[in-house]
Ligand binder design. Structure first.
Ligand SMILES: Nc1ncnc2c1ncn2[C@@H]1O[C@H](COP(=O)(O)OP(=O)(O)O[C@H]2O[C@H](CO)[C@@H](O)[C@H](O)[C@H]2O)[C@@H](O)[C@H]1O
Length: 492
């Protein structure tokens, strides 16, 4: 039985929904701390102070204090701002030379050269802040490579610090393809920790791999879905660090993300032109017409509309989607794609749009409002990912009665119940394909098209099945609490 002891949890994240966001990590960094707080735990988030956070500060009361951190020869003087996300306190690390930039990790084209020193500093600062607040955490919950140096620092240079005597660390993998690999020399204070490094933490000679440092030193590791955790333990799915995952397999598990139904519910979504729910889908037709009008597509209720909201990156399966769409757009269909990221993919999408201007609309960029409009206005949602640690947008599309068309990998496999090959719906919630081939995707798109055109009742059942499904953060938070408890030292 899980103890009901209330825990102190320090949650480190480099993006948080409502403050600064590039993708799904931000959704989790807001929803999970809030769900843990609702369960009675004392959670504090630490994140960098980007200009976007400064905007938010104007609306929020804040404490303001100054700290000084000596790292090697460098003395960092930085500020901490306190804000609130609902009931959760957020401490934001204000060091303008590192964080006063519009892009979080890159300038829109290239990753910043100093990302290694930026996020190594951030991890160290978080460990200092928690001491200055006299908040001795039971758990430090780190997320992805950006904060993976915190367990490493704790295990090495802070090993004798009594303040952290009872503290345990969890590293959550939202995307292990990004590992944070840097020339050691690019981190000006690397002499401070170089003696703790071995070839296991390094790559290509003199490069440090932050994710490896975290994987080797965190007390427990988890991936954001059970299937992604299993894939990381295979040669194909391990992002080239199989031996490390195998080495830690006893401390390694998968916990499925949840869906924030306060933000993603078509019955209460104030961004939509018309509300609707599982029992009355009429408003969805209005949302479709509104989306068509907004993006400039012909307002045709009978033409199926396929939507996609995504970061533009190889992970999301664009090299399957583009050739499949090239042929699929010959059909009577409409496609709306919203996203930002790699310029080459944006160029390819623009080129396809130029070929089918009255059928395909690509909008480069992202706003929360347009994401909601696509989720509500589309008939199907596209997510043909190469790999997908969990995926949140397919959960949103299920909630919005927009059946997802996904590849059966990672969290997509764990969240979408496939329409059978004979076309029967039963308890299915979407279409799922396996082979990473454009033809396999095209086959599925054609099946989805046929269902929409020829079997409206079955299509409606598919929509309603998905809308009835729930991925509650409450459940996810309980799973994290069980894992936290496994990690704690027995009470003194
Ligand atoms: N161009 C863009 N700019 C800003 N926001 C955008 C965007 N495109 C989409 N979004 C928004 O970001 C979120 C995307 O989350 P996902 O989980 O689907 O993918 P992502 O790969 O970013 O997340 C990673 O982390 C999450 C969280 O663990 C995992 O679910 C996922 O599998 C993993 O790849 C959604 O809220 C979406 O609306």
């Amino acid at each position: 039985m899980v103890s009901d002891r209330k825990l102190k949890i320090l949650f480190l994240a480099t993006e948080v929904e409502d403050l600064a966001k590039t993708g799904g990590l931000a959704d989790v960094a807001k929803a999970l701390p809030q769900a843990l707080t609702r369960l009675g735990h004392d959670v504090r988030i630490v994140c960098p102070f980007y200009p976007q956070v400064q905007e938010r500060l104007k609306e929020d009361n804040h404490l303001h204090s100054e700290l000084s951190l000596q790292l090697g020869n460098l003395q960092y003087l930085y500020n901490i701002h306190q804000l609130h996300l609902g009931d959760v306190p957020v401490y934001s690390v204000d060091y303008p030379p590192y964080f006063s930039r519009q892009g979080l990790y890159d300038n829109g084209y290239h990753a910043y050269q100093d990302n290694g020193e930026r996020f190594a500093f951030f991890s160290m600062a978080a460990l200092q802040i928690t001491q200055s607040l006299d908040f001795a955490p039971d758990i430090i919950h780190c997320n992805d490579w950006h904060t993976a140096m915190a367990p490493f620092f704790l295990r090495n240079e802070l090993a004798d610090n009594q303040f952290f005597y009872r503290t345990r660390t969890l590293l959550t993998l939202h995307n292990a393809a990004y590992q944070g690999v840097f020339d050691l020399d690019s981190i000006p204070f690397h002499q401070r920790f170089i003696s703790a490094l071995s070839s296991d933490h390094m790559e290509q000679g003199n490069k440090i791999n932050f994710l490896k440092c975290g994987l080797l030193t965190a007390d427990k590791i988890n991936a954001v879905s059970p299937s992604y955790a299993a894939e990381l333990l295979t040669p194909l799915g391990s992002h080239h660090i199989l031996s490390l995952f195998q080495h830690r397999h006893r401390d390694f598990s998968g916990i499925l993300n949840g869906c924030n139904y306060d933000d993603w519910n078509p019955a209460t979504d104030s961004l939509l032109p018309k509300a609707y729910d599982q029992h009355n889908l009429a408003g969805k037709a209005e949302c479709k017409a509104h989306l068509q009008q907004y993006v400039g597509l012909p307002e045709q209720a009978d033409t199926p509309l396929f939507g996609m909201v995504s970061r533009l990156t190889g992970q999301k399966g664009f090299h399957l989607l583009l050739p499949a769409l090239q042929r699929f757009l010959e059909q009577n269909v409409q496609v709306v794609i919203i996203g930002s990221g790699e310029q080459e993919l944006a160029d390819n999408l623009r080129a396809l749009e130029a070929q089918y201007p009255d059928k395909l609309i690509f909008r480069e960029g992202y706003t929360s409002k347009i994401a909601h409009w696509v989720q509500a206005g589309a008939d199907y949602f596209l997510m043909p990912s190469l790999f997908e640690p969990c995926g949140l947008t397919q959960m949103y599309s299920l909630a919005y009665g927009t059946p997802p068309i996904v590849r059966g990998v990672g969290g997509l496999k764990d969240t979408v119940k496939p329409v059978k090959s004979n076309g029967s719906i039963d308890d299915a919630t979407g279409f799922v394909f396996s082979h990473p081939e454009p033809d396999a995707l095209l086959d599925l798109l054609m099946q989805a098209l046929t269902l929409f055109n020829d079997a409206p009742e079955a299509f409606k059942q598919l929509q309603q099945n998905g809308m009835a499904y729930r991925f509650c953060w409450e459940e996810t938070a309980k799973n994290y609490v069980s894992l936290y408890h496994e990690m704690l030292l027995p009470a003194a």
